[in-house]
Design a protein around this ligand. Structure first.
Ligand SMILES: [Fe+2]
Ligand SMILES: [Fe+2]
Length: 181
């Protein structure tokens, strides 16, 4: 594997791993503040980030060596503040991180990395939307109205409501979805 793509995959693995833990911690806080649906949203999306981390890790299966992890996304306050941190993180991934990682992977013809970065990028757009909607409602003092949240166990694609017959990203069948309800 080419060095830049390898580094980007490791970085993305670290970022997704952190996001998973961060969202699980935020879920506990939302629960305590009386926002059970926001808590469920955090847990569902934490699971999607876990799927992204797994996907990046699998692409790295032949790669050895570590990674010195840096990066932000710390802070643990009210659920509204936590949602703001989450939105900021998703936005960074959508606007900067994954588009540039994708360009490098494409340029280096690293097909596994291209696929894994694409899967993550597309799901992060949905996460950003769901968190933004939740923050608006929480800022009004209410819990968000939220149907079942479906997470694709292959690619991390995320949708509220019914699971589709086929995942639009990775084409996995309906039974590959894990439901958070
Ligand atoms: Fe995300
Ligand atoms: Fe999928």
């Amino acid at each position: 594997m080419r060095a830049m793509t390898e580094m980007n995959l490791k970085s993305a693995f670290a970022g997704e791993s952190q996001a998973r833990n961060r969202y699980d911690i935020y879920a506990e806080k939302a629960e305590k503040e009386g926002f059970p649906n926001v808590a469920r949203l955090f847990r569902a999306i934490a699971y999607a980030e876990h799927m992204h981390a797994k996907s990046h890790f699998r692409v790295l299966r032949e790669v050895e060596g570590g990674l010195t992890v840096a990066g932000g996304g710390f802070g643990f306050k009210s659920t509204s503040d936590n949602l703001a941190v989450a939105i900021e993180g998703e936005t960074f991934e959508i606007e900067e991180m994954y588009p540039s990682y994708l360009k490098v992977a494409e340029e280096q013809d690293e097909k596994g990395a291209v696929r894994s970065f694409n899967w993550a990028l597309e799901a992060e757009k949905i996460h950003q939307e769901l968190y933004t909607k939740a923050k608006e409602v929480v800022d009004g003092g209410n819990d968000v109205d939220l149907g079942p949240v479906q997470i694709c166990e292959i690619c991390g694609w995320t949708v509220e409501g019914e699971a589709p017959d086929e995942c639009p990203l990775c084409k996995a069948k309906k039974n590959a979805f894990r439901t958070f309800e």
